[in-house]
Design a protein around this ligand. Structure first.
Ligand SMILES: [Zn+2]
Length: 385
């Protein structure tokens, strides 16, 4: 039978009483697990279930637990605490309630997409071919970044009853993130987007040279291509696949990036004793993800199936299978509110579509954002398979 979980934030679970919230999710909604954000990016959200003030905003990426700093001795990068955990430990309250009610606690961990750390540790952030520091993302090639993520995982699984580590954005990221008011007069196509996203930091430089590739020539090639794009504002009409295939050195560079993501993922698996769930949010060219390889390394992969269409979801799972990711390894994320789920019947249909493909489980988005009545939809969807 598929596993069932729901994404949630500490500030929502602890808003009234973590004990009541966890007890309700276990005994009334019928969930087996809760995926709690322990390291999270910036946000501004409408918390639908609150009485009184409804909006919560965080202008900095932060952790939502109380780190044990000895774990971070091997890295210059230190966790940045949310003001919400300065005086209290919400994850402990949630962990205690999970133990009491028999709900599995999963750490929903946003990894490299971290604007606070990338801004404050620019030597470990992704850097464009032109030297622009990408202040929303840490570079996967940095040994300090890898050590930080290992420390975070060990800290969470040692000091809290975390039974599953879920890793989001443990991969290279695109050149723009979207949380500022972006101004772009010449929208890049797939080729330009990929080239703008490639990292040319000192750590990537070292790896590239060790691989026997000409780092300076690669960077010059990318610069020249993007300078021309900025001058004429016309996208390359080749597909990204064709463009990369036409330049052997660039293809080898992109291959190296995927090797980095794979070895980093393996390191995370080897660093903790709990199952690792890896979020497949990204691709090979920009993200450095080889789906099949990653699925073989980790315990589960998580995909987002936010659609009202059972056919679309079914096709996505079938496509993954063709890409070498068996459904038995896939946890499907389902949005339990519009637009993916305009009503209860739609959520039940998409859940069933995933069930018919024999996926490993479902995770519903998101406890504090959805109206309270939608928890009933989730309960019914879970009971419907
Ligand atoms: Zn880099």
């Amino acid at each position: 039978m598929p596993s069932t979980s729901m994404w949630a934030y500490t500030w929502d679970l602890c808003y009234a009483s973590a004990d009541d919230a966890i007890g309700h999710l276990k005994n009334h909604v019928g969930l087996q697990a809760i995926s709690v954000a322990t390291s999270y990016h910036t946000y501004e959200m409408l918390c639908a279930q609150r009485k009184g003030s409804k909006f919560v905003l965080a202008s900095e990426s932060a952790v939502y637990f109380r780190p044990h700093m000895a774990f971070y001795d091997d890295t210059p990068i230190k966790p940045h605490l949310s003001p919400m955990v300065q005086d209290t430990d919400p994850l402990k309250q949630i962990g205690d309630a999970c133990l009491k009610y028999g709900l599995t606690l999963a750490s929903w961990t946003v990894c490299l997409h971290n604007s606070y750390l990338a801004t404050n540790y620019p030597d470990h952030a992704q850097v464009s071919a032109f030297g622009d520091v990408m202040k929303h993302v840490l570079c996967a090639s940095s040994p300090a970044v890898q050590a930080y993520m290992v420390a975070l995982a060990r800290d969470l699984t040692t000091n809290y009853p975390v039974q599953i580590m879920e890793l989001e954005s443990l991969n290279f990221q695109g050149h723009m993130q979207g949380h500022y008011h972006e101004k772009v007069g010449i929208p890049p196509g797939p080729v330009e987007s990929c080239l703008f996203s490639l990292c040319f930091c000192e750590h990537c430089k070292k790896q590239t040279k060790e691989r026997g590739l000409d780092f300076d020539r690669l960077r010059n090639t990318v610069q020249a291509k993007l300078d021309l794009f900025c001058e004429v504002g016309v996208q390359d009409d080749q597909s990204l696949e064709e463009y990369v295939a036409s330049n052997a050195e660039l293809a080898a560079f992109i291959d190296l990036r995927a090797d980095t993501v794979t070895s980093f993922t393996r390191k995370m698996v080897e660093s903790v004793d709990v199952p690792i769930y890896y979020y497949l949010m990204g691709d090979y060219y920009v993200g450095g993800m080889r789906y099949k390889e990653i699925a073989e390394i980790v315990d589960r992969v998580v995909i987002l199936g936010y659609t009202p269409s059972p056919d679309q979801l079914r096709n996505r799972i079938v496509q993954l299978k063709e890409d070498g990711v068996p459904p038995e390894k896939v946890v499907v994320g389902l949005q339990a509110y519009p637009p993916a789920s305009p009503d209860e019947a739609t959520l039940i249909r998409t859940t069933q579509a995933a069930a018919e493909q024999h996926v490993a489980g479902y995770c519903y988005y998101n406890y504090g954002i959805m109206p309270k009545k939608n928890l009933v939809w989730v309960g019914k969807a879970i009971g419907e398979w």
